[in-house]
Ligand binder design. Structure first.
Ligand SMILES: [Zn+2]
Length: 285
């Protein structure tokens, strides 16, 4: 039997056994791209981007400042409306034809202002779960303790010359800030905190979702600092692994994973060390 035919038969058998389409990835991947921007590639190769801020993100590797480098994006999750979380949202949504999930008010504002296509937006709220990529992947929206105003002058491709800003609309309400738990096809659960202070109901995120991997902000000033983030992770969220994010992008949030690790102490929780652009591979068990 020739090699190509063997390969095709094996691929066919795998598809029959797993239900996985062509492009099946052997492992899922979490790729942090600086600040809060994260790309998750699911077990079956679906691509989810959280809080796209790449082109003007000081920490994003140069290669990823070209949005096309993200590949075919299937879903975009928005935690809140601040510029450092949605700067490239409109461009990426247009480029990729991805569905956008966001808090109810933020989503509807973007549609009403003509910035997102209402047919590709899921407006939801905390406590909700959606599966726009098929039933195998669940997106749970969870609380965050922060704010969420939207300054349109920073939202690409909106510029000071855009019709909304010219018409005098600069700040719009962005609803409530949120976090997400992304549950992959194999049951692996990734929590992304968005921007948040520590809050007691993080214990409920553990109780209801029990995340395997938590991406938590540690930069302070606008969010939890390393000490508060360590408390949140050790006492409330209790993941198996944690990746600190949202630090070092600007002088105001110049804190470090070393501070976080020291504050976490001997918790038994693995602190992953990654620079932006270094992937975390999730092995299918
Ligand atoms: Zn923010």
């Amino acid at each position: 039997m020739n090699k190509a035919l063997t390969h095709a038969l094996v691929a066919g058998l795998l598809t029959a056994l797993t239900g996985a389409p062509a492009g099946y990835a052997e492992n899922a991947e979490v790729l942090w791209l600086g600040h809060a921007t994260t790309r998750i590639t699911s077990v079956n190769g679906k691509v989810i981007v959280i809080d796209p801020f790449l082109k003007k993100n000081p920490k994003t590797p140069v290669a990823y400042k070209d949005l096309k480098r993200l590949g075919q994006v299937d879903l975009i999750l928005v935690t809140h409306g601040h510029f450092d979380h949605v700067h490239d949202l409109v461009d990426l949504a247009e480029l990729s034809t991805a569905t956008v999930v966001a808090n109810f008010e933020f989503a509807l504002q973007m549609v009403q202002l003509g910035l997102l296509d209402g047919n590709r937006v899921i407006a939801m709220n905390k406590g909700g779960t959606v599966s726009p990529l098929g039933r195998g992947i669940k997106i749970h929206m969870v609380p965050a303790d922060h704010s969420s105003g939207v300054d349109l002058q920073w939202l690409e491709p909106v510029s000071p010359e855009s019709k909304n800003v010219k018409a005098g609309i600069r700040w719009v309400a962005g609803g409530a800030p949120v976090g997400y738990v992304v549950e992959l096809e194999n049951g692996f659960k990734i929590y992304h905190s968005g921007d948040t202070n520590v809050f007691g109901d993080m214990a409920l995120i553990h109780r209801f979702h029990a995340p395997d991997l938590a991406l938590v902000c540690i930069g302070g000033h606008f969010t939890m600092d390393p000490k508060a983030a360590a408390y949140a992770v050790r006492e409330l969220l209790k993941p198996r692994q944690v990746l600190p994010i949202h630090y070092g992008t600007y002088p105001l949030i110049n804190r470090s994973p070393a501070e976080f690790e020291a504050a976490l102490g001997d918790s038994g929780i693995e602190v992953l060390k990654r620079d932006p652009g270094d992937p975390i591979t999730i092995t299918i068990e």
